[in-house]
Design a protein around this ligand. Structure first.
Ligand code: F58
Length: 807
C-alpha cells in the first residue's frame, strides 16, 4: 500500500503530486487507505490531463478563430499504444512525475504498467496512423484524426503448447482517462434502412515541445432510441432491445485480419459509419465558421488510409448533392480536390471489393452514386481510348462476372487528386502493376511518400538511456529534427563513446531479458546476439524461413560447429482464421520447447516466442535488438516500419531488397546492412519460367536435413503430421519463394556471425545505423504530405487559455 510520507519533489512534481491527491478524492472518491495501484494510475493520468488541457483548449480556439485549413486523416485503425508516458515526455514532465509517484510511495514504472493499451489496429497501417497523428501535432499542423472507438481492440494473444490462443481485449473496462465524450457532436447514419447514431469521443494528441494538442475523434455507435416503443408496448421487450444491440455492435470490435474479410456486412457497415460521421462533422465545422459548402475543399484535405474509408468518395458526393443541394459537377470537383488516397499493399487478395448485392442492401444511394461516377468515368475513357473495351473493363469501378463487385481501390483512385505508395519500390510497383492502367490515364496522380516513425515514442519514450546519451553527445534537437543524428557519425570511431553506446545497449538487453523471463520463464543471456523478428505473422513475411534457419543452426551446433551465442526472438499475432500462420507459431513454440532444454544448446542458442506483441511490448523490444530480421519476399512488403524502429535504435538489418529496407540500406550504407535474396525483378523472371522449389532444395543438404527433422516430429512430440501442411507447401508450390532465398539467407547469417565476433566493429556499425536513420522520422513523411498533397501550413498555438495552467 502507498506510503503517505512525501519525499522532496521539484515544483512541477509538487503540483502533480497535489493534483494526484485531489483526484483521488474528487475523481476516484477514495482515501489513500483504499486506493489501488489502478486508482493511482488514473489520478496521475488525470493530473497530466489537467496540464495538457490548456494546450488542447487553446489549440481548438486558435484553429476556430483563424479558420485554418485542416488535414483530416481517416483511418479504420489507430494503433495508439499507451498515452501516459508519451504525454509526460511531450510535456517534459517525466522526471517530475517520477518524483510525484515516489512521494506517494509508488514508482512511475508501476503506474505505466497499469495503463491498458488502446490496440485499435492490426499492425503497420494502424501504427502508422498513430505516428502520423503525433507528427502532425509536433509540426503544429491543424489536423483531425477520424476513426472508430472499438470497444474491443486487437485480441490478446496467449501462447500455449498448441500455439496461439485468443481472448478479448476489454481495454475500456476500467474507464479511459484520456478521452472526452462529446454527445453534442453526434450524427445519424442510414445503413440498410436503419439509423445508427455516431457519438464523438475525443482524445488529445500532444505535439512534442509545442503548445499544439490536436484531436483524435473516434466514433462510437449508439441506437437512436433505447427502445423500439412499438414493440415494447406490444409486450415484446426482447425485440425492443434487439435493434439497440444490433446498432451498437457496429463499434464493438476491430476485425483482427491483416488480410481482408471479404464480404462481411459488419465491416462495410463500420466503414460507412465512421466515414459518414466524420464528413458530417466536417460540414458542421464548416457551418459553424460560416464557410459555404462549396469551399469544402479549401477548408479540408481528406487523406484515406487505405481503401477502408474509400466510401468517402460516394458519401461526400451524397452529402453535397442530397443534403447541401450542390450540382453534380461542382460536387465532383469539390470531392476530387479534397480527397487523396494512400495504398498500403500490392497483394491482390488484400484489395477490397464488395458484392453488389450487399452494397445495394446496405447503401443503395451510395451505390447509385458510384454507378453514376463510373458511367461518367467510362464515357471519358471511351473518348480517350476508343476501341479498347478490355482497358475499360480493367479500369471500371465495377468488377463484372457472375458476382459483380465494387472495387474500392478504383473508387479511391478515381475520386482522389493524389495516390501515394509508402516506399519507393512499392510506389514504383503500384504504377507498373496494380495501377498500371490508371497510371496511363493519370500519370501525374501517383507519387511516393516513404513511411516514417515518431522518434518521440520509438526513441525518447522507448529508450531513455539512449535518449540521454544522444542529448549528451549531440544536444537535444534530434527529437524534433531527427536528421541531427548525423552528428553521431564522427563518434562511431570514438572509443569512449562506443563504450557508452555499448553500456546503453546492454541496459536495453537486460531489460528485455527480464521481460522474457517474466513472460516465458526462459532465462536468456543478455550478452548473446539478440536476433529479432516481431511483426504480424504472415507467410509473405517469412517467419517460417527464419524458423528453418534456426533449425539449421541447431543441427550445426549439435554437429559440433562453433557459432557465437544467439537468442532468436519472435513475436506477433496471427489472424485467428489464418491456419498456416498459426502453424508457423506452433512450429516456433515447438522448437523453443526442445532447444531451450537441450543441455548441448546451453549458452549457444535460445528460441523465444514472446506472447501478445503490442506497442507496449514493442517499446521494450526495439531498443534491445542486435539483428533486425526484415526478410519478406521482395515486392511484397509495401514498406515496413519495424525495420525503421530497430535501425533507429542501433540494430543492424538482415534483409531483402523489399519495401523501405532498400532505402534504409541506401542510407546506412551497404557495409552496415546484411543483404540477401532475389530482387522483385528476379523473382518475376523466375515466376515467368515457372517456379518450383524442388531444384533449390535438392542442392541443399542442410535445408533438407532441417525439413526432415521437423517432419520427423522432433519438435512436435513425435507427431509427424502436425507440420505436414507447412512442409508440403514449402516443397510443392512454395508461394513465397522461401527455397529460392534460403541458401543466400544462410550466407548472410554466416556473415552476421563473423561480424558479431568483432564487437568493436559491430558497435561502430550500430552507431552508424542510428546516425543515418534520421530520414525515417514520421515528421519528414508528414512534412511531405503537408507540402505536396494537403497544402496545409503550420499554425503555431500560443498559450492564451482563460483557464490558468495548474502549475
Ligand atoms: C502495412 N499494411 C504494410 N495492413 O503491410 C506495411 O508494409 C506498411 O509498412 C504499413 O502498412 C504502413 O504503410 C497493413 O498493416 C493492415 O493491417 C490491413 C488491416 C485491415 C485489413 C487489410 C490489411
Amino acid at each position: 500500500m502507498a506510503s503517505p510520507t512525501p519525499a522532496p519533489c521539484p515544483p512541477k512534481g509538487q503540483a502533480l503530486l497535489e493534483a494526484m491527491r485531489r483526484h483521488l478524492f474528487s475523481s476516484q472518491a477514495k482515501s489513500a487507505s483504499l486506493a489501488t495501484i489502478h486508482d493511482h494510475y488514473v489520478c496521475l493520468s488525470l493530473a497530466v490531463r489537467d496540464i495538457l488541457l490548456t494546450s488542447w483548449v487553446d489549440t481548438a480556439d486558435t484553429y476556430t478563430s483563424q479558420h485554418v485549413r485542416t488535414a483530416t486523416y481517416m483511418s479504420a485503425e489507430f494503433l495508439l499504444g499507451p498515452h501516459l508516458e508519451n504525454n509526460l515526455v511531450s510535456l517534459g514532465l517525466r522526471e517530475e512525475a517520477a518524483a510525484a509517484c515516489e512521494a506517494l510511495g509508488l514508482t512511475l514504472e508501476e503506474m505505466l504498467a497499469e495503463e491498458p493499451e488502446p490496440g485499435l489496429g492490426n499492425g503497420g497501417l494502424g501504427r502508422l496512423a498513430a505516428c502520423f497523428q503525433e507528427s502532425m501535432a509536433t509540426l503544429e499542423l491543424p489536423a483531425i484524426g477520424y476513426g472508430i472507438r472499438y470497444e474491443f481492440g486487437i485480441f490478446r494473444q496467449q501462447i500455449g503448447p498448441n500455439g496461439q490462443m485468443e481472448s478479448t481485449d476489454p481495454w475500456l473496462a476500467r474507464g479511459n482517462p484520456w478521452e472526452v465524450i462529446r454527445p453534442e457532436w453526434s450524427y445519424p447514419v442510414l445503413i440498410g434502412g436503419q439509423t445508427v447514431i455516431g457519438v464523438a469521443y475525443d482524445t488529445p494528441i500532444l505535439g512534442y515541445g509545442v503548445h499544439t494538442a490536436n484531436t483524435l475523434r473516434l466514433w462510437s455507435a449508439q441506437a437512436p432510441d433505447a427502445f423500439d416503443f412499438a414493440s415494447f408496448n406490444a409486450g415484446d421487450y426482447t425485440r425492443a432491445v434487439l435493434h439497440k444491440v444490433q446498432s451498437e455492435t457496429l463499434s464493438k470490435v476491430l476485425y483482427p485480419n491483416d488480410e481482408l474479410e471479404q464480404g462481411k456486412r459488419l465491416r462495410l457497415s463500420q466503414q460507412i459509419f465512421f466515414v459518414s460521421c466524420s464528413l458530417q462533422d466536417m460540414f458542421r465545422i464548416l457551418g459553424s465558421q460560416g464557410i459555404p459548402v462549396t469551399e469544402f475543399h479549401r477548408k479540408f484535405a481528406v487523406q484515406l488510409n487505405d481503401t477502408h474509408p474509400a466510401i468517402a468518395v460516394a458519401e461526400l458526393m451524397r452529402l453535397l448533392i442530397d443534403v447541401h443541394g450542390v450540382d453534380w459537377d461542382t460536387a465532383w470537383s469539390i470531392t476530387t480536390a479534397t480527397i487523396s488516397y494512400t495504398n498500403h499493399t500490392l497483394l491482390p487478395e488484400a484489395l477490397e471489393a464488395w458484392g453488389l448485392e450487399l452494397f445495394q442492401q446496405l447503401l443503395p444511394r451510395q451505390l447509385q452514386i458510384i454507378f453514376e461516377i463510373n458511367a461518367r468515368f467510362l464515357r471519358t475513357l471511351r473518348i480517350r481510348f476508343p476501341g479498347q473495351p478490355e482497358l475499360l473493363e480493367r479500369l471500371s469501378l465495377i468488377e463484372e462476372g457472375p458476382h459483380r463487385k465494387v472495387r474500392m481501390a478504383h473508387l479511391a483512385v478515381v475520386g482522389s487528386h493524389t495516390v501515394n505508395g509508402v516506399a519507393e519500390l512499392h510506389s514504383r510497383l503500384l504504377k507498373e502493376n496494380l495501377f498500371a492502367d490508371f497510371a496511363r490515364v493519370w500519370p501525374d496522380r501517383f507519387t511516393n511518400i516513404t513511411n516514417g516513425v515518431t522518434p518521440r515514442r520509438w526513441l525518447a519514450v522507448a529508450n531513455p538511456p539512449l535518449a540521454a546519451l544522444l542529448n549528451d553527445a549531440i544536444g537535444t534537437d534530434w527529437c524534433r529534427h531527427l536528421d541531427q543524428l548525423r552528428k553521431l557519425e564522427p563518434l562511431a570511431t570514438d572509443a569512449g563513446f562506443l563504450e557508452r553506446w555499448q553500456g546503453v545497449r546492454e541496459q536495453a538487453k537486460e531489460r528485455l531479458a527480464a521481460t522474457i523471463r517474466q513472460d516465458t520463464g526462459v532465462l536468456v543471456d543478455p550478452s548473446s546476439l539478440f536476433d529479432v523478428q516481431v511483426k504480424r505473422i504472415h507467410e509473405y513475411k517469412r517467419q517460417h524461413m527464419a524458423a528453418l534457419q534456426v533449425v539449421e543452426r541447431y543441427l550445426r551446433l549439435r554437429a559440433g560447429e562453433d557459432l557465437p551465442p544467439r537468442t532468436v526472438i519472435f513475436g506477433g499475432k496471427a489472424a485467428p482464421g489464418y491456419a498456416m500462420a498459426k502453424l508457423i507459431i506452433r512450429l516456433i513454440v515447438g522448437m523453443a520447447e526442445i532447444i531451450n532444454i537441450d543441455p548441448a544448446m546451453d549458452g549457444r542458442l535460445r528460441v523465444i516466442f514472446l506472447p501478445n506483441f503490442s506497442v507496449k511490448l514493442g517499446q521494450k523490444i526495439y531498443p534491445a535488438v542486435d539483428l533486425s530480421e526484415q526478410i519478406s519476399t521482395a515486392g511484397m512488403e509495401a514498406s515496413g516500419t519495424g525495420n525503421m524502429k530497430m535501425s533507429l535504435n542501433g540494430a543492424l538489418t538482415i534483409g531483402t531488397l523489399d519495401g523501405a529496407n532498400i532505402e534504409i540500406r541506401e542510407r546506412v550504407g551497404d557495409d552496415n546492412f546484411f543483404l540477401f535474396g532475389h530482387t522483385a525483378e528476379q523473382l518475376a523472371a523466375i515466376n515467368r519460367n515457372g517456379y518450383h522449389p524442388m531444384p533449390w532444395l535438392e542442392n541443399d543438404a542442410l535445408a533438407k536435413e532441417a525439413i526432415d527433422l521437423i517432419g520427423s516430429g522432433h519438435f512436435s512430440e513425435g507427431d509427424r503430421d502436425l507440420f505436414h501442411p507447412l512442409l508440403a507447401n514449402l516443397c510443392s508450390s512454395d508461394p513465397f519463394r522461401v527455397m529460392a532465398d534460403l541458401g543466400d539467407y544462410r550466407r548472410a547469417q554466416n556473415e552476421v556471425d563473423s561480424a558479431w565476433c568483432d564487437a568493436g566493429r559491430w558497435s561502430m556499425m550500430s552507431v552508424l545505423n542510428t546516425a543515418r536513420c534520421g530520414f525515417f522520422s514520421s515528421d519528414r513523411s508528414i512534412q511531405e504530405y503537408a507540402d505536396r498533397i494537403w497544402k496545409v501550413a503550420p499554425v503555431p498555438v500560443n498559450a492564451c487559455s482563460v483557464i490558468p495552467s495548474p502549475s
